[in-house]
Design a protein around this ligand. Structure first.
Ligand SMILES: Cc1cc2nc3c(=O)[nH]c(=O)nc-3n(C[C@H](O)[C@H](O)[C@H](O)COP(=O)(O)OP(=O)(O)OC[C@H]3O[C@@H](n4cnc5c(N)ncnc54)[C@H](O)[C@@H]3O)c2cc1C
Length: 320
């Protein structure tokens, strides 16, 4: 059996024009997987991360293959960070404000500009963008605690299994919340749809909810409170309800601005459009994870990152 040293040899040095071969923007599961692969391909890779990965908020994920008892999001990310560093990836806490494409005449590649005043730009040959999305959060005291205890949830694909048979609320501000309520109906026969504001549902939506046995509370919600037993109290304009868990279906913010400012193609929701190798429409700019994929899942993020890293490695060729 061989034992790996704590830190293995870093990747090939970037040539004198570049600080690194690949800059990874975003240090969640997508960016870190890209960094692990690239570092093991002996590429010099620098991860710039603003430190707000959605994965860190996962109390315990039960759909990660290989973890039958689940895995705490924070621990998974910490392990990925250690793995990336072990192979020589450089990890830094930093927020990238702007990407600049350099013309071939100036040697090509990208300059990364930072929000931090006085921080010099970083120059790289390629960029792997893994900036993720953010959930629009409901107004609620003790929000972090509610997430930790599973009283507030965002992702029925992730954890619908964990609410089987429970009293589940879905809180939305839009007609699209109907879809999430119907999705959850597969897991529980006790689903109620709530609104933060008056929303005019179509007759067809009402029929679909009714047909599926999803209750509708049209009176806008005034407040959500964490109950002592782990559930949630919902105060709305027609009274008060209790449920075991409430799903926030208030939309997402897709962090694709760094790419769209360069003219990268995106869909109507803001997700970056990539080809089968995770290349965006901007040459040299790859995108992986939630920012490029509406099935917001860790396995999808890591799979895409492996594909992107392999393509980047091929594209970069021999050093020089
Ligand atoms: C409560 C909750 C539970 C979930 N449960 C599961 C589950 O059980 N199973 C599952 O598969 N998925 C789950 N998910 C979804 C999962 O967390 C995401 O799919 C996953 O984190 C996506 O990885 P990512 O690397 O694309 O994005 P993220 O993990 O969000 O990482 C993006 C990173 O980019 C950084 N960043 C953004 N902009 C910049 C910038 N300009 N400069 C520098 N850094 C920047 C952010 O700070 C962040 O650290 C859950 C999500 C939530 C919120």
């Amino acid at each position: 059996m061989t034992h790996a040293p704590d830190t293995l040899a870093p990747g090939m040095p970037a040539n004198e024009n570049f600080d690194c071969e690949v800059a990874v923007v975003g240090g969640g599961p997508a960016g870190l997987t890209g960094a692990i692969y690239l570092a093991r391909f002996r590429r010099s890779v620098h991860v710039l991360d603003a430190g707000s990965s959605r994965a860190v908020k996962i109390p315990r994920s039960h759909n990660m293959p290989g973890y039958p008892d689940g895995v705490v999001g924070k621990e998974l990310v910490a392990a990925m960070r250690a793995q990336a560093e072990r192979y020589g990836a450089q990890l830094e806490t930093a927020c990238v404000q702007r990407l600049q494409c350099l013309p071939d005449g100036e040697g090509g590649g990208f300059l990364l500009h930072f929000t931090e005043a006085g921080r010099a730009p970083l120059r790289c040959r390629r960029v792997l963008l893994a900036t993720g999305v953010s959930d629009n959060e409901p107004a609620m005291p003790h929000l972090a605690q509610a997430l930790r205890e599973g009283a507030l949830r965002y992702c029925p694909v992730c954890d619908g299994f964990e609410v089987i048979g429970s009293a589940v609320g879905v809180l939305t501000d839009r007609c699209a919340g109907v879809r999430e309520a119907l999705y959850l109906r597969h897991f529980s026969e006790r689903v109620t749809l709530y609104f933060t504001q008056p929303v005019e549902l179509s007759g067809e939506d009402r029929q679909r909810l009714d047909g599926a046995g999803v209750a509708l509370q049209p009176a806008p919600v005034r407040a959500l409170r964490l109950r002592g037993d782990g559930g949630v109290r919902i105060e709305h304009e027609a009274g008060t309800d209790d449920c075991d868990a409430i799903y926030g279906a208030l939309g997402l913010r897709v962090h694709s601005r760094l790419a769209t400012e360069l003219g990268a193609d995106h869909d109507d929701d803001g997700y970056l459009v990539t080809d089968a190798r995770q290349r965006t429409s901007i040459e040299g700019l790859y995108a992986v994870g939630d920012v490029a994929q509406s099935l917001n899942q860790i396995t999808v993020a890591t799979g895409g990152a492996a594909i992107a890293a392999a393509a980047l490695h091929r594209e970069l060729g021999l050093p020089g």
